[in-house]
Ligand binder design. Structure first.
Ligand code: PLP
Length: 496
């Protein structure tokens, strides 16, 4: 450390090698009983698979293994360690209750091929999740199949395509505002449409005049994130929907930011046609390495026939059934019924909170983001000063004058013990700092985070070098990030 940063959490040891480097000949983690098959017999039975020895396999004790991996695990920042303010990612706490429920016998242990009449509990859990999500969104029908938000986007676009083609009105383009998440244009392209960019207005919202100009008979629809990636609610949403519908198009809402709306506003009431949800964001199921995702797609009645097959339907006796008789469906998008465990976790979260609790979570998420925004706006540039919801986006314009960019500030935050915010996104804000605290942070933690950002802003004024060379508290400081992404070396080799 080259400074006296108050909150730094240095690693227990900064000299941890890889497990291969701890190896020494004949050290073992367990004593296996002597082989009761003659090596020659084993060789004959296993053929090419036989190995007398595994080259470079680490020979280590149980204690070596436990301590090595336990130490490594402390190098990771996690949602269980502290606030994780990645804007647009909604990194909220994943309650342990979700995990307990998802492991219940009969939910955690059922095989996906279990016959329907023996899997009634699981089908009911899926049907209950669907009903809850429909109530929250105000939509009419839903699929839980897609495994991520991006896959939900593709599924929704395929439904739009199927619907328009059936109407005998195939179209070529989909409009996407310039503030959109990168997955939106990617999904449009994969679904066979072409992207047309829609400029945002000075408030960071859809420019209605531009929409009216661009929305022609060649445009299949609009893909809109609401609240958008600036954390701003598209207040003209009803008019936007009217313009698109008026020209025969459909409206897709990217509902990844539903953490700002649950219990307060229902997208179905805005008049849109199709939307996705990210259970791994809004409904507290784990992200990425912590578990697979889930991106349910909800539609209005007219798109119901195109939902992926099979759909899960409630039976009059309170059970559930799988309906494969869906001739107009876009087909299956995921094995079985999607990531079942994620639906169960989301359902546990929804039922544990109840309607009032879900609304409270939304209000707290919005309050937290606005608290941060208000407390750092004198230290950082705020390019779009509109009322914001669950996240706030600053720019590094003031710090850039001293040669410090958003990535440097993010690296310095690590020295203060915080995970960085989202860097350089959305693209319409040059040098963006995108901050989403979620409802999971309490005031003490928000205050510590705010104080860290304010302190870094002071450092930029007084000693920019300390920020430019950050982080100082980690085992390695600045990595060649482009090389790490483009030429990853994921296999250890002994030094030559
Ligand atoms: C606004 C928005 N749309 C779409 C996505 C894509 O979701 P996923 O990462 O689950 O594919 C995200 C992910 O963070 C998002 O923030």
């Amino acid at each position: 450390m080259t400074d006296s940063t108050p909150h730094a959490r240095p690693h227990m040891t900064r000299n941890e090698g890889v497990i291969f480097e701890r190896s020494s000949p004949d050290k073992a983690g367990a004593d296996l009983p002597p082989l009761d098959v003659a090596p020659v017999q084993a060789e004959r039975a296993l053929g090419d698979l036989y190995r007398a020895d595994i080259e470079d396999f680490p020979e280590v004790s149980e204690l070596d293994v436990i301590r090595h991996f336990t130490r490594l695990s402390t190098w990771n920042y996690s949602i269980d360690a502290g606030v994780y303010p990645l804007g647009s990612c909604t990194m909220k706490y994943n309650p342990r209750l979700n995990e307990t429920v998802s492991r219940f016998k009969g939910l955690g242990t059922e095989h996906p091929y279990t016959p329907e009449d023996l899997a009634q509990g699981c089908l009911k859990a899926l049907a209950d999740t669907q009903r809850a999500l429909l109530e929250i969104t105000g939509m009419d029908a839903i699929t839980l199949q897609p495994a991520a938000g991006a896959q939900g986007e593709l599924t929704g676009l395929l439904m739009i395509r199927a619907c328009l083609e059936e109407r005998g009105d195939p179209r070529r383009y989909v409009l996407i505002p310039d503030s959109a998440h990168g997955t939106n244009p990617a999904s449009v392209t994969i679904s066979g449409y072409e992207v047309r960019n829609l400029k945002s207005d000075r408030r960071g919202c859809v420019d209605l005049a531009a929409l009216e100009r661009e929305m022609t008979g060649e445009v299949a629809g609009l893909m809109l994130t609401n609240p958008n990636t600036l954390g701003i609610f598209e207040a003209e949403i009803r008019r936007i929907v009217e313009v698109v519908h008026g020209k025969g198009g459909l409206v897709y809402m990217d509902g990844a930011n539903m953490n700002a709306l649950v219990g307060v506003a229902r997208p179905g009431d805005f008049g849109l046609d199709v939307m996705h949800l990210n259970l791994h964001k809004t409904f507290s199921t784990p992200h990425g390495g912590g578990g697979p995702g889930s991106g349910p797609v909800a539609v209005k009645r007219h798109l119901d026939p195109y939902l992926p097959s099979p759909t899960v339907e409630e039976t009059p006796d309170g059970g559930g059934r799988l309906n494969y008789e869906r001739p107009r469906s876009v087909g299956r998008v995921r094995a079985f019924y999607g990531n079942f465990g994620m639906a169960v976790r989301a359902l546990a979260y929804i039922l544990a909170y109840g309607p009032a609790g879900l609304r409270q979570a939304t209000e707290d998420a919005v309050l937290n983001a606005n608290y941060i925004k208000t407390r750092i706006r004198d230290a950082y540039d705020l390019p779009y000063d509109a009322p914001s919801l669950h996240e706030c986006v600053f720019s590094d314009r003031r710090q850039a004058a001293r040669g410090v960019r958003t990535g440097d500030i993010a690296k310095r935050l690590i020295d203060y013990g915080f995970h960085p915010y989202t860097v350089s996104f959305p693209l319409i804000v040059p040098g963006a700092l995108m901050i989403e605290p979620t409802e999971s942070a309490d005031k003490a933690e928000l205050d510590a985070f705010i104080e860290a950002l304010r302190s870094i802003a002071r450092e930029v004024e007084e000693n920019p070098d300390i920020v430019l060379r950050a982080p100082h508290s980690t085992r390695v400081s600045r990595l060649d990030e482009a090389a790490a992404a483009r030429k990853p070396m994921v296999r250890w080799k002994p030094p030559a």
